[in-house]
Write a protein that binds this ligand. Sequence first.
Ligand SMILES: [Zn+2]
Length: 94
Amino acid sequence: MTGDGYGRQWQLLREQAYRVYGYICYGCSQPIDPTLPKTHRLSRTVDHTYGVNHNGRVPRIEDVRPYHRACNTRKENNRRRRTPTPTQWHSQPW
Ligand SMILES: [Zn+2]
């Protein structure tokens, strides 16, 4: 998953997604505050839209949307019906 190229392309795709779609969450249609720290539950993140499966390939811009971190997590849980894993919200960067 973290192979050469994928991470770099994914990084560029995320930046492009914010430019194309703006800071609006695709999950709840509410604005996203880009100044929030990455560990915040409402911080910005970009992920695949519902039902898209790329089998490890780099998705295209039309296949991804900005999300709140919390909304992205909820989406993943709804799709996979898995138990939420404890996150590292306690290790704050400051
Ligand atoms: Zn949201």
